[in-house]
Design a protein around this ligand. Structure first.
Ligand SMILES: [Zn+2]
Length: 62
């Protein structure tokens, strides 16, 4: 099997399906383009999508 994968919790190896561990947070760097699979050791391309949201509230006493 080698096909594109999509996941919201961790990058998933397109070769073996292994979900990469994301200790250290480097998998959230939008400049990241390649990952070496932690299971089968093959290198695959990755596109990182970062979604950001904000919650705003009034300041006390304003
Ligand atoms: Zn793999």
């Amino acid at each position: 099997m080698s096909q594109d994968t999509y996941s919201t919790d961790a990058p998933e190896c397109p070769y073996c399906g292994y979900k990469q561990s994301h200790d250290g947070g480097y998998l959230y760097d939008e400049d990241l383009t390649e990952i070496d699979c932690g299971s089968c050791d093959r290198t695959f391309n990755v596109e990182v999508y970062v979604s950001t949201s904000w919650t705003c509230r009034p300041r006390h006493g304003a």
